[in-house]
Design a protein around this ligand. Sequence first.
Ligand code: MG
Length: 377
Amino acid sequence: MSRAVYASDPAHTRGRRHPEQPAPTRSEFQRDRDRIVHSTAFRRLVYKTQVFLNHEGDLFRTRLTHSLEVAQIGRSIARPLGLDEDLVEAIALAHDLGHTPFGHAGQDALNECMVGHGGFEHNLQSLRVVDALEERYPAHDGLNLTFEAREGILKHCSRRNALRLEQLEPGGVGRRFIDGTQPSLEAQLCNLADAIAYNAHDIDDGVRSGLISIEQLQELALFERHHRQALAQHPDLPRRARRLLYEVIRRMLSEQVYDVIDATRALIEQHRPHSADAVRRAPTLVRFSSGMHAQASELKQFLFAKLYRHPQVMQTTGQAQQMVRELFQAYLADSAAMPADFAARQDRERAVADYIAGMTDRFAAREHERLTGARLL
Ligand code: MG
């Protein structure tokens, strides 16, 4: 399908904060995607935790492989809907750039350290990475991405931070959190593709780690249905457990992708947005059907309770949080322990948070050992 009227159009972007000449052959959203792929923060994703700490096994997802899977699922849905695939890919590849080392444990600890200094939100940090922290251009900080890519990267934002953003950039990417309007369909799609991706890959990683079992998963409607159908079609699969699991996950992924395409088409038909801006004034249009929404929620809740809150995961969580807290205290007490450009900054707490947030798991662990002498994890 060619570009739909409601898709974001790189020829009519709201533009970049620092105006640039168009590229001879690439669209504005292709350039955004390319800048993200070449960024330092993107390369660091390979050594950042998704759920399992990086050193726990080579086959578990990292932030990098998670982001690639989000991009794959996003593109699969974008094309039949006539959305801009390059913008979807750009947002998907950048959506987790602001994550701290050690996953959500690291982010929670850093947020606690920053109480009284503006807090720490990983979505806002992803925006900070592409707007301010990447150093690639002679004349400006950051990657100078288009409004549409930045809008999608800032997936959530507290009202307080939205008001602060609005002061710095009136009518900019913070505005929708004040007005209660929607982002582009490409951004809406990345939110859902993110959830589809982690629900699927966390089943795989969870079973691989031995923390959740096929028997437990069979209590979930979405898993059970595809498990039953896969076995009916391939009676020899019980003897090949890994192939059986992949077949079930593949079928679950496909059903969710087609469900989103159908449900979104129906909502677009109902609301008939005639432009990308009309999308922003409409309700959320990229959605699951209500039946699939319930099944995906059940799966998400299961993973939360049985995997993310598993005692074995929680044990590493405590140590990861301790590491982040102690790193924060060490750099605050002695800013010279950080590289010169961070040490020189006047906003000391924020400089420490930016430095820690950028670290990979293994770099953070090495720094922690260097500064405290203690070896955790
Ligand atoms: Mg994600």
